[in-house]
Design a protein around this ligand. Structure first.
Ligand code: SAM
Length: 294
């Protein structure tokens, strides 16, 4: 692999978000905690995808929309001291957390870059960074951006020819999540989640469009699959939807997407299910793909 200068770390003094419509789930400590739990519960499928794509020591990897960097930290261990990880996110708070954690773990091969995934040329601007990465990974980010086209263009610029883009994201989100047996307020709450993401330009169906979009930008799709799980009450997986709905539904009330009564009703329905051994929740299907830059 060619030796090139890595992109510079971001200045710590930037504002919390560089975009007009910041991340809909917020960047507070509740979301930071939720992202950590979510990573733990989904890390097996992330590792499987990285290994399938051939991620290995010495490689240069981009973690786009890295959040607090749970995946970046794992990737940094895989690529090792000879490799490099660049975590890009629009949240300075999340990047700060990644900095603290990489320091604590003595991982010195991670750069943090503050920027908008839709304007990668603004935050990874040096010509030296073109063709820089062997692998670009992005999980649960495409569903939140208004211009996936711009994200793909930006990734294509910084991937080397033959480099791989690895995506894990949603399709059929609003119909995929269901409480079994079905409950009325919970169903309304799911609808409101989808509406709020879409109102900011996001798309919880993005994985239905991404393969074609990638082909238009000169990528070959090497692999696609989907992982759908269920959560039974009182299991570790139950905490994934539990933390999500408990932190996000009140925000939907504040932003006017859900009535207080439906929010209370949905949380009550989830709480009632905890005492029902036969109940479960069908979780949103997480699609994955590997695309190769031709
Ligand atoms: C659901 S979190 C996923 C974080 C991380 N990829 C993971 O899997 O743990 C979405 C992340 O995307 C970031 N994000 C959303 N839109 C972005 C954009 N336009 N540019 C950069 N980051 C963005 C958010 O700040 C947040 O950290």
């Amino acid at each position: 692999m060619a030796t090139v200068t890595p992109p510079p770390p971001s200045p710590a003094s930037q504002p919390p978000s560089s975009r007009e419509q910041p991340y809909v789930l917020g960047t507070g400590s509740d979301e930071a905690f939720r992202l950590g739990l979510q990573h733990r519960l989904w890390s097996n499928s992330a590792f499987d995808l990285w290994i399938r794509a051939g991620l290995q020591p010495g490689m240069r990897a981009l973690d786009l929309g890295c959040g607090p960097g749970h995946a970046s930290l794992d990737i940094a261990q895989i690529v090792g001291a000879q490799g490099r990880v660049v975590g890009v996110d629009e949240s300075a708070a999340f990047l700060k957390q990644l900095g603290q954690e990489s320091e604590a773990r003595k991982l010195h091969n991670i750069d943090r870059v503050l920027g908008d995934a839709q304007k990668l040329d603004h935050c990874l601007p040096s010509p030296a960074t073109d063709d820089y990465f062997d692998v670009a990974y992005t999980r649960w980010v495409f569903c939140f951006v208004a211009s996936p086209d711009e994200v793909v263009k930006g990734i294509r610029r910084v991937l080397r020819p033959g480099g791989k883009l690895l995506v894990q994201d949603y399709f059929n989100y609003e119909f995929g999540i269901t409480l079994a047996p079905r409950r009325e307020c919970f169903s309304k709450a799911i609808k409101a989640v989808g509406q709020s993401w879409r109102s900011r330009g996001g798309n919880p169906d993005i994985m239905g469009e991404l393969p074609r979009l990638l082909k238009r930008h000169g990528f070959e799709i090497e692999h696609m699959d989907v992982k759908q799980r269920i959560a039974r009450p009182n299991t570790s997986m139950w905490h994934w939807p539990w933390t999500f709905f408990n932190s996000f539904l009140p925000k939907l009330v504040e932003s006017g997407f859900l009535s207080q009564a439906d929010c209370d009703g949905a949380l009550k329905e989830m709480a009632e299910v905890v005492n029902d051994d036969g109940a479960f929740m069908l979780l949103p299907p997480v699609f994955e793909l590997i695309a190769v830059k031709s």
